[in-house]
Design a protein around this ligand. Structure first.
Ligand SMILES: [Fe+2]
Length: 216
């Protein structure tokens, strides 16, 4: 795969990941927590982005750009919504067996492939001749699953990175992936309904029968 030489993964890079995504500290399993941090640090190190908050607040490049806010508001919002779904069900139905740590970790890393898909240098290469590379060569869901596997995260998390998006429509989603997938699509739909997305999103929202409300 044609890609740049990786920047070194430094402790400062890992610290910046936790600063931008403070919910990482809530992952109960220490190894899972460390590998989620490593996944973001590794993904950033293969891109031009210095930290997670440098990633634009968009679903895909050019799709659903937020009027205000970077990628962390999406990642943190999806994670909080996914956790509230899990907690609501396990409170009401204690017999429901949802792995809360996997929902939390999966919510925080589901878009870990975005540094790759949003990277300006990659996009220039892909747009230069899509017949050579594809456009993009790998969507963030696929590249994100690669990152998860590369840093040794469990398959449950790689499955969420792959399956949170439409790539997951072709497989049976795990329960935790189902929750993150629904929280993710709900987040963009409600952001659209609140009028938080740039007007370029209006035709897609109209196709989904969502009318953006005027902001206060
Ligand atoms: Fe997402």
């Amino acid at each position: 795969m044609d890609r740049r030489v990786r920047r070194p993964v430094t402790q400062a890079l890992r610290d910046a990941v936790v600063e931008d995504l403070p919910e990482l500290a809530d992952i109960a399993d220490a190894e899972l927590r460390a590998k989620c941090i490593e996944a973001w640090a590794y993904a950033l190190s293969e891109s031009s982005f210095a930290r997670v908050s440098d990633l634009p607040g968009e679903g895909n490049p050019g799709m659903f750009p937020l009027k205000r806010g970077d990628q962390t508001v999406h990642l943190r919002g999806v994670t909080q919504i996914a956790l509230s779904i899990a907690d609501n069900f396990t409170t009401t139905f204690p017999e429901a067996n949802i792995n809360r740590d996997i929902v939390l970790a999966g919510g925080l890393v589901h878009d870990v492939g975005k540094p790759w898909e949003f990277d300006a240098e990659n996009r220039r290469r892909w747009e230069g001749d899509p017949s050579q590379t594809g456009l993009p060569s790998l969507r963030h869901s696929v590249y994100g699953a690669h990152i998860c596997i590369a840093v040794g995260l469990p398959e449950e998390i790689a499955h969420i990175a792959l399956g949170h998006s439409f790539e997951g429509d072709g497989v049976i989603r795990s329960l935790e992936c189902l929750i993150v997938h629904r929280a993710d699509s709900l987040w963009w739909a409600v952001a659209g309904g609140c009028g938080l997305l740039q007007p370029s999103s209006d035709p897609v929202l109209a196709g989904r029968k969502i009318a953006p409300r005027a902001l206060r």
